[in-house]
Design a protein around this ligand. Structure first.
Ligand code: SUG
Length: 417
């Protein structure tokens, strides 16, 4: 159990990154429907974020884009000129880049068998996301193949929507100590889908062998879902003993904090009042879709989207928060605009895994030299631009398939071909 540390596995943005407006309830996705996307810029922005974190923390992992266009899905749908565009676009989606939705992860100190457990998210609410989990699972089984340390489950059965780590927070004294796992679910009935079902969260907790008194199940605020917080990580993030959340994140605000405190008495709440940052502005800037990380020098840093610096109310809040000298000591903006335009901020792009890095297949761990090689591959092969009308083109399909193939070769991961 020694050497347990938090490693972030970011999704490398795939060469088919595009804006098809597929996610009902995701305001950025709807607003950018039909816009031209820039896959090369998107992937380079994601890589720059990874490089920054590699330098900051000494560890950084990645997961690879899934095969697109997904010919198996197209076959299942029946190909033909009358195939509706959104169904065609689903098979071209690069949505696996948001690895916060790849799986729920329970680190070894929390589980009954002392292994780190993964349950790939079934993502059943949306077609373009529901096609991900089997390929994601194959990748997790390769990266975390060491069964002395890791267990990779099947997704929980459909009907119970599961969107993975985006609706899961872990409270602990330090990453290597036993934690309390907080599962946040939504209830259906609002204008937008509630993507995380309570029974999916409870199934994951059972599968992972978590102690019932170390689990907390909390309902997301239906008003937050209605305002565009389609995942809890759009309105809250936790790290070690700190939770950073919007006042309207949870259905029963005080009840939620009480339940967390009952299981984890050392909880520190940094709550942003609606009067300082409105729910709409929090969702527009993705203040909470931040990486809340422990600095080597002490205190925590919040890695936020660049959009936060440009918002008067959000930036004023951040400056005021830093002046209080509370647990969060630094705010670091990063440019992930291409991902943001589809509703994916810095936190969506990463899956946190507390593990011993030496137990992970090193092909999934970033080094400076590997970042250079990935960058060269992206620069050479990722399309500069995709217009939604291009989806379905044979020429573009060939470019995308060849680009991914070249990345697999660069990383010696042809096994994922
Ligand atoms: O599932 N966007 C993703 C964004 C996921 C963000 N993840 C977290 N919050 N953890 C989604 O809505 C847009 C696809 C499109 O419109 O083409 C999309 O799937």
């Amino acid at each position: 159990m020694s050497n347990l540390t938090e490693v972030n596995f970011d999704g490398i943005v795939g060469p088919s990154h595009n804006y098809a407006g597929l996610s009902l309830g995701n305001i950025a996705s709807a607003n950018h429907k039909g816009s031209a996307s820039h896959p090369r810029a998107a992937a380079l922005q994601g890589l720059a974020k990874m490089r920054g974190n590699l330098e900051r923390f000494g560890h950084q992992g990645f997961l690879l884009p899934l095969p697109r266009p997904n010919s198996a899905l197209l076959e299942e749908l029946g190909t033909g000129s009358d195939l509706p565009r959104p169904l065609l676009a689903a098979a071209w989606s690069a949505s696996s880049m948001w690895t916060a939705n790849a799986a729920t992860v329970s680190p070894a100190p929390d589980t009954s068998d002392g292994r780190c457990h993964f349950t790939p998210a079934n993502l059943v609410t949306m077609l373009h996301r529901g096609q991900e989990w089997r390929d994601t699972q194959a990748q997790l089984k390769l990266a975390f193949a060491d069964t002395d340390h890791f267990a990779v489950h099947d997704a929980v059965p459909p009907t119970f929507g599961d969107e993975g780590a985006a609706n899961h927070m872990r409270l602990c004294e330090s990453h290597a100590s036993e934690g309390v796992e907080v599962f946040v679910y939504g209830k259906t009935g609002g204008a937008f889908p509630a993507r995380q079902h309570e029974q999916a969260s409870r199934a994951v907790a059972r599968l992972h062998g978590l102690a019932p008194d170390k689990c907390v199940f909390i309902e997301q605020n239906p008003d937050a879902i209605a305002a565009g917080a389609f995942h809890n990580d759009v309105v809250a993030v936790a790290n070690e003993s700190v939770i950073f959340a919007h006042e309207h994140a949870f259905a029963d605000r005080q009840g939620a904090y009480n339940a967390m405190r009952a299981a984890f008495p050392a909880l520190q709440v940094v709550e942003v009042p609606d009067s300082a940052v409105s729910l709409a502005e929090a969702i527009r800037t993705y203040l909470f879709n931040a990486q809340l990380v422990t600095r080597a020098s002490g205190g925590m840093a919040l890695i936020v989207p660049e959009e936060c610096r440009k918002s008067a109310s959000v930036w004023a809040y951040c400056e005021a928060m830093l002046a209080t000298n509370g647990p969060i000591r630094e705010v670091i903006p990063v440019d992930v605009k291409q991902s943001m335009a589809n509703g994916g901020g810095p936190a969506c792009l990463r899956l946190r895994v507390v593990c011993d890095p030496s137990a992970v297949d090193p092909r999934f761990l970033l080094t400076e030299a590997k970042a250079d090689a990935i960058e060269a591959c992206i620069a050479a092969h990722w399309p500069e631009q995709i217009d939604p009308a291009d989806l379905g083109s044979d020429t573009l399909a060939k470019t995308i398939i060849a680009a991914r193939q070249s990345l697999l070769e660069t990383l010696d991961l042809q096994a994922l071909g």
